[in-house]
Design a protein around this ligand. Sequence first.
Ligand code: BV8
Length: 224
Amino acid sequence: MKIAILTGAGISAESGLGTFRDKGGLWSQYDLEEVATPEGFARNPALVHDFYNARRANCMAASPNDAHLALAELAAGPHEVTLITQNVDDLHERAGSQDVIHMHGALMRALCASCDHRWDAPAAMAPADPCPACTAPATRPDVVWFGEVPYHMDRIMTAVAGADLFVAIGTSAEVYPAAGLVELAMGETLEINLEPSMRARAFDRQIGGPATETVPAWVNTLRI
Ligand code: BV8
């Protein structure tokens, strides 16, 4: 069976990485406009680097949880799994998932805003860092900010439209185009979330509860 999976911050919540819109989430601590838009970066690159340096440190100190591990196990089995994530952490990879599609970029990658060169990000980045390729002091985290075009959209839309089953896990379905992917699904759709998301009614089925319990249990139902 072809399965397309979209994950959001909720799958990493039990690894200790903050979500965005839950109580005490990142968007209640930081102004999204200041730290997750190109305009905010242009205004105050040091603040944006501090924001992502702190998240990069949290991510390096965190471990994948049973939900990440269950999805890696699923993909190693007989089903054809496409794993798409809105998350910029690398917990799916550290759980053993291969070929993870990061539609909002990756915390562990750096981008030169001047020459488009990409490389593995250092633990901490700063505005004056020279690009390793063109030496311009124009380095930024390789993440997709609001108003920027998400990565790999063609591949993502093809995978979702062609899947027998589309599953959204741990996302509030508030951010587009990720939240609109369920409309492209031609097969069965399932939402696995702590509580019903904004788009819960667009799914055929919902499973409620913490991902470390619900995702391994769901993966077990797919064993052949
Ligand atoms: C785009 C960056 C065009 C990296 C992120 C005006 C101007 C410009 C654009 C817009 C506009 N108005 C609307 C838009 C579109 C905009 C948008 O959607 N805005 C929203 C706020 C309305 N989107 C964009 O700008 C996108 N680009 O539209 O370009 C385009 C489009 C298509 C094709 C071509 C061109 C770019 C969006 C990307 C922005 N960057 N991140 C970073 O800092 O991380 S978005 C950010 O939100 C993260 O990536 C995050 O993943 C994403 C979504 O959040 P969630 O993952 O869902 O997390 P959240 O906290 O919201 O929810 C957590 C859920 O988990 C909850 O439901 C909770 O119940 C659940 N949960 C919690 N604990 C658990 C759990 N579930 C299970 N177990 C648990 N234990």
